[in-house]
Design a protein around this ligand. Structure first.
Ligand code: ZN
Length: 533
């Protein structure tokens, strides 16, 4: 007699990173995604824990898309002995060729940096989570398959991909396992996304797993044309000021969306032939992958958008340095939140220039350099240098790769009827709770489940899922804001709050009281000599 499939959540539950689900049917086991945890230190510490399953015992991995929070632990999985296929779409495979080795280099660099720190003398050397070589090995295991085409990841289980409209190659996964009909959304894109048609998938399932990233946000509807007009105004403004326009970008997708928009504006005569430099090797490689798959992309119009004569792809650090002496150019560089990469060097040289402009087009998390600049910092610290901010700081926040609340509602409604459970994953608690409260019931027996990391569910046919293993109670700290995030926010607001106190004596009084509070914690010191995780 056939057993029920079970589904376990190993990441991206009550948080947005570390996507990893394990589907079991009898003794067959497979993963849907195997992503890196990103964000606070306590979250990133989870990347170093051993997997809670045996990597060598897996039959298959199905990967929804190339973003590192979905794919970034594949090299670790492979170095732990997983030797089977990584099923994905062809564009995803092509992107992984660059994304994973880049992630491996970052891991190696980070380990090296930590080991160099003097205060670590005498401690165990810090070992990278994985290396560039592990990443190359994982890439070799990618097995591309076309959208809407059934494949058999394990005997008795079949699956197929549907366009998710999120980034190049992104897909939702439909799976039939032991008579149970399942759908995993992956990350889904918004309406009016450049390049990709709206997300697509069949209707009528036993269970659906849906992402919730922006489940509590409604974005103003902005068409591609309206967004382009906003960009045109920003570029014109920057060119009038005469300095450079520096745009911190994510290498994958945001870079290519901007290239598409700038090329369209130049070709339509709405902008002059400005020189645009893409100064990020990863962004340049990702752009090549877009060019390779241009037949599958919408909105490209005629001609070779990515080979536009105004675009220059910077190849080495020397060329990157030479941009310092230029004016009136557009410089796009990674990383998107200014935490690493060549963008820091361009910020260092352009932030002090009144005639330069820095334009933010992506989300800036609390505690990042990008966020500090966006929040109006007058001085910032970049690679050991104090940098005064005189440049114009601008933002456009209507570029997005994620469905908002209304898009998610529509996507879920289009999957009805859902006979069993709707699992909400890949969101902070607030987004998930808002969705749980507002989503209309999609079927008679529909139950909304908000799983936690470590939980496992039995997936019945036509009935709600039943929890058969409880989650990890120890993760509360990692999933919430940890103290370092709270500290960063506190430190940022401290000076301003003090300045708002009416007199100098009252300000000193506030400081005295704060010091007294800290002193009252003295007894806690010494009890935990080595709080290192
Ligand atoms: Zn994604």
């Amino acid at each position: 007699m056939a057993s029920l499939p079970t589904l376990a959540f190993h990441g991206a539950a009550r948080t947005v990173t570390g996507s990893c689900m394990e589907l079991c049917l009898g003794d067959r086991r497979m993963l849907i995604d195997c992503g890196l945890f990103q964000g606070s230190r306590s979250l990133e510490a989870l990347n170093r824990e051993p997997f809670s399953f045996d990597a060598r015992g897996l039959d298959a991995v199905i990967l929804t898309h190339a973003h590192i929070d979905h794919s970034g632990l594949l090299p670790k999985l492979v170095s732990d002995g997983y030797a089977g296929p990584i099923w994905c779409t062809e564009p995803t495979r092509d992107l992984l060729r660059y994304m994973l080795p880049d992630a491996g280099r970052i891991q190696e660099y980070e380990a090296e940096r930590r080991n160099r720190r003097a205060d670590r003398a005498g401690e165990e050397p810090f070992v990278p989570v994985y290396t560039e070589a592990d990443a190359q090995a994982a890439v070799a295991q990618a097995r591309p398959v076309a959208l809407k085409t059934w494949f058999e990841p394990a005997p008795g289980i079949r699956a197929r991909f549907w366009n998710a409209g999120h980034i190049l190659g992104s897909a939702s996964v439909e799976i039939e396992a032991g008579g149970t009909h399942l759908l995993f959304s992956g990350d889904i894109g918004p309406e009016h996304k450049a390049f990709h048609p709206d997300p697509e998938a069949p209707a009528g399932f036993d269970h659906v797993v849906c992402e919730s990233t922006y489940g509590d946000r409604v974005r103003e509807e902005v068409t591609i044309e309206q967004r382009r007009t906003l960009l045109e105004a920003e570029i014109r403004g920057a060119l009038t000021r005469g300095g450079n326009l520096v745009i911190p970008v994510f290498a994958l997708e945001r870079t290519q969306e901007l290239l598409l928009d700038v090329a369209s504006l130049i070709n339509a005569g709405r902008l002059p032939h400005v020189h645009l430099f893409v100064d990020s090797p990863l962004a340049s490689h990702a752009t090549d992958v877009f060019a390779k798959h241009k037949e599958a992309l919408e909105d490209l119009g005629s001609g070779e958008i990515f080979r536009h004569p105004s675009f220059h792809f910077v190849e080495n650090a020397g060329q990157s340095m030479r941009l310092n002496s230029m004016s009136g150019t557009i410089i796009m560089a990674a990383s998107g939140m200014c935490e690493a990469g060549r963008i820091r060097h361009h910020l260092r040289h352009n932030l002090p220039r009144r005639e330069s402009t820095v334009l933010f087009v992506g989300f800036q998390a609390a505690g990042t350099l990008g966020r500090a600049i966006l929040d109006g910092a007058h001085r910032v610290r970049i690679s050991g240098h104090d940098v005064t901010v005189r440049a114009q700081i601008r933002r456009i926040d209507s570029y997005s790769a994620h469905a908002d609340r209304d898009d998610i509602h529509a996507w879920v409604a289009a999957r009805a009827p859902i006979a069993g459970s709707l699992f909400l994953t890949h969101g902070e608690s607030e987004a998930i709770e808002t969705l749980r409260r507002d989503l209309p019931s999609q079927g008679a027996a529909n139950a909304i489940v908000t799983p936690e990391i470590g939980e496992r569910y039995a997936l019945a046919i036509g009935a709600p899922a039943k929890r058969i293993a409880t989650g990890r109670a120890d993760l509360g700290d990692a999933l919430g804001q940890d103290w370092q995030n709270d500290y960063a926010r506190f430190a940022t607001s401290l000076k301003q709050q003090l300045a708002e106190i009416e007199s100098a004596s009252a300000r000193r009084e506030a400081l005295t009281r704060m010091r007294a509070i800290l002193d009252s914690f003295k007894e806690h010191r010494g009890k935990r000599r080595n709080p290192r995780r």
